[in-house]
Design a protein around this ligand. Structure first.
Ligand code: HEM
Length: 432
């Protein structure tokens, strides 16, 4: 590994930790007992769970004081997410939308959202992504990461694998040139944009201007890549090629549109997969019997990905705002009230999941809320799931994988963007 590559990883770890720290606030690392209590006592709660824990909340990123209600039950949250006419998404753009010219699919509503979603989703559909499994994703995971790590017998899987591999795979699918500096810079800027909202005004004084600079730097870096791709004139089967040849409302996208969209995708594509993969590995390593069951039957890998994402999701909450007076669980929610939907709580709702705390690979699955649900359900879900499945299969191929006792056992923390700070593991090496 070059010094430059190591420096890039260090930077990514620093940016990642800043986000974890911001989203941990005053909350307990294990919030599940608290959710159990909330579901029993106040499943539709006046107030904002995140703000109460000093965590920036997408229900009111700019802290305007708008009324907020927090939802804890699966069925309430499912019904909100399935009903985008009554529950609008525009508030999600308040926090860092300005840094990316307010071009965020997740913050669009109505016709605008439907049209853009239809145009953009084709290269992210399941069939399309599954074709990449062996041609792009596995070669990246195996050749660039797992086979390089294997002789070492140990690693911080967060730093050396979970942070860089999703970005590397995603960037290859975008059609970007393979360039470590480019990868590192874009990844760091993307995290800096996401880290903009902070509850401490002193910290926000730094992170908000920093996010504006980061958003602009992303755009200025992406534009020449897009222009060079177009100038080469060879349209490949990747995202840049797709965006240059497709039409939106009868018109082709300009280079500027494409750079803006890629920037938006970069915000959503990297860290979420990193954290979900890390959370999955922590849960599996904490339960050696389950890990062994998985090793014995690799057909359970897709279930393991879904079940660990249910049991400890990284996207702990999403938000909407009432377009008109609404009612949930017998409580009137006046127009203009935001609802914070605690996905992490819904995923352990015993009305929907039997024995919800148990890590159970053969669990009968219900529609999973960890990628959101309804029309805004994660556009990159199949990319993320495929990356995680391949990564898990290849990591399981390291014999005797276990936590490294030289380090404290990793703890998943945060009420949103949940993840561990590090993931030190050991495995057996032939002949060692
Ligand atoms: C395991 C990894 C991921 C997780 C946990 C995750 C989670 C989510 C969630 C919860 C939402 C819904 C937000 C809402 O309803 O307010 C969402 C939306 C979105 N995600 Fe992901 N995501 C992941 C990976 C990705 C990847 C790899 C991409 C890009 C290729 C991506 C792109 C998007 C986009 C564009 C949206 C907005 C969709 C829309 O509003 O129509 N995500 N994601």
């Amino acid at each position: 590994m070059t010094g430059k590559y190591n420096a890039m990883l260090d930077q990514m770890v620093r940016d990642y930790s800043l986000v974890t720290h911001g989203y941990s606030g005053a909350a307990p690392a294990n919030p599940y007992p608290m959710f159990e209590e909330k579901r029993a006592k106040c499943p539709v709660m006046h107030g904002d769970l995140l703000q109460e824990n000093s965590i920036p909340s997408m229900a009111d990123y700019m802290m305007t004081g708008r009324p907020v209600v927090t939802l804890y039950r699966y069925n309430d949250i499912h019904s909100v997410l399935m009903n985008p006419d009554d529950w609008l998404s525009y508030i999600v753009g308040d926090g860092f939308g300005a840094a990316v010219d307010n071009l965020l699919l997740t913050a669009m509503d109505g016709e605008e959202h439907t049209k853009y979603r239809k145009t953009l989703q084709k290269p992210f559909m399941r069939g399309q992504i599954r074709k990449l499994m062996e041609t792009l994703i596995r070669p990246v995971v195996v050749n660039e990461f797992v086979e390089k790590l294997r002789p070492n017998g140990k690693a911080d899987l967060l730093r050396e694998f979970a942070l860089p591999f999703p970005i590397r795979a995603m960037y290859a699918y975008f059609g970007f040139p393979h360039d470590e500096d480019l990868l590192g810079n874009l990844a760091s800027w993307a995290i800096q944009v996401v880290a903009a909202p902070q509850t401490d005004p002193e910290v926000a004084k730094v992170t908000i201007p920093q996010s504006m600079v980061a958003g602009q730097s992303m755009f200025e870096t992406l534009m020449p890549i897009v222009q060079q791709y177009r100038a080469r004139g060879e349209m490949r089967n990747d995202i840049l090629g797709y965006m240059m040849t497709t039409e939106h409302e009868g018109e082709k996208f300009s280079d500027e549109d494409i750079a803006n969209f890629i920037r938006m995708l970069l915000l959503a594509a990297g860290e979420t997969t990193t954290r979900s993969f890390a959370n999955m590995m922590v849960q599996l390593l904490e339960e050696p019997d389950v890990l062994e069951e998985l090793r014995q039957d690799l057909s359970l890998v897709p279930k393991a990905v879904m079940e660990t994402m249910r049991r400890d999701p990284t996207a702990g909450a999403v938000a909407r705002i009432a377009a008109r007076d609404m009612e949930i669980g017998g409580m009137t929610i006046p127009k203009g009230t935001a609802v914070l939907c605690s996905i992490a709580s819904a995923n352990r709702d015993p009305e929907v999941y039997d024995d919800p705390d148990r890590l159970w690979l053969k669990r009968p699955m219900r529609p999973l809320l960890s990628f959101g649900f309804g029309p805004h359900m994660c556009l990159g879900m199949h990319m993320a799931l495929t990356e995680m499945e391949v990564a898990l299969e290849e990591i399981l191929d390291l014999p005797g994988l276990r936590f490294d006792p030289a380090y404290p056992q990793p703890e998943i923390r945060g009420l949103n963007m949940r993840g561990p700070d590090a993931l030190h593991v050991l495995w057996d090496v032939d002949g060692a």
